[in-house]
Design a protein around this ligand. Structure first.
Ligand code: GAR
Length: 207
């Protein structure tokens, strides 16, 4: 079995998409070993419990010291003994030690077509606000490996989504989730679970 940890901060619709994809056989030979949240009120934790998945909270509020927090986060991931760490709306910066230890074993879903509307400050609704303010006609989602930069790691999958003239950030966010994120993230996990992706000079290729 390919074991994954899913890290979350909020509503957890992407976590739900992974749970559903495992149930329906879109993702095979894979189990969610643990769901880790930085926020004890994240609805994602409820989703994990409902699905009978181990859920833990490593709370930023309870561990204000950054170095101590980073250690606790790494410990939670290490204890789960996973093959892959999936950031599904996880809004805490990943400690450098974890990135080095889990090189090309951490993936993130970002709600735009990287390299547009990504990097520091672009998360959640802010990404869609940026896209609408710039007036782009197409946005989408990207699944990428996590490296030391913000949204700079090798790109695994991308999917474009049309922007409409009367979109609000909320409407666009929902369309990108429905048409791109909830399909793309399970697809990427399944590819990695079956060892179908390799990274050469910072670029991914299908094996
Ligand atoms: C998703 O849209 C995800 O792409 C985004 O946060 C949302 C989480 O929703 N992630 C980022 O912006 C990361 N930079 P969810 O909790 O319902 O899955």
């Amino acid at each position: 079995m390919f074991r994954i940890a899913v890290m979350v901060s909020g509503g957890g619709t992407n976590l739900q998409a992974i749970i559903d994809a495992i149930d329906s056989g879109v993702i095979t030979d894979t189990e969610i070993a643990v769901v880790i949240s930085n926020n004890k009120d994240a609805y994602a934790l409820e989703r994990a419990k409902k699905a009978g998945i181990k859920a833990v909270c490593v709370s930023r509020k309870e561990i204000p010291d950054r170095a101590e927090y980073n250690k606790a986060l790494l410990r939670a991931v290490d204890e789960a003994e996973v093959d892959l760490v999936v950031l599904a709306g996880f809004l805490v910066v990943i400690p450098e030690e974890m990135i080095q230890k889990y090189r090309n074993k951490i993936i993130n879903i970002h709600p735009s077509l990287i390299p547009s509307f990504c990097g520091t400050g672009y998360y959640g609704l802010k990404v869609h606000e940026g896209a609408l303010a710039r007036g782009v006609k197409v946005s989408g989602a990207t699944v990428h490996f996590v490296d030391e930069g913000t949204d700079t790691g090798p790109i695994i999958l991308q999917k474009a989504v049309e922007i409409k003239d009367d979109d609000t950030p909320e409407v666009l966010q929902r369309r990108i989730m429905e048409q791109a994120e909830w399909k793309l993230l399970p697809e990427a996990i399944n590819l990695l679970a079956h060892d179908k992706i390799t990274v050469v000079d910072g670029v991914t290729k299908r094996k």
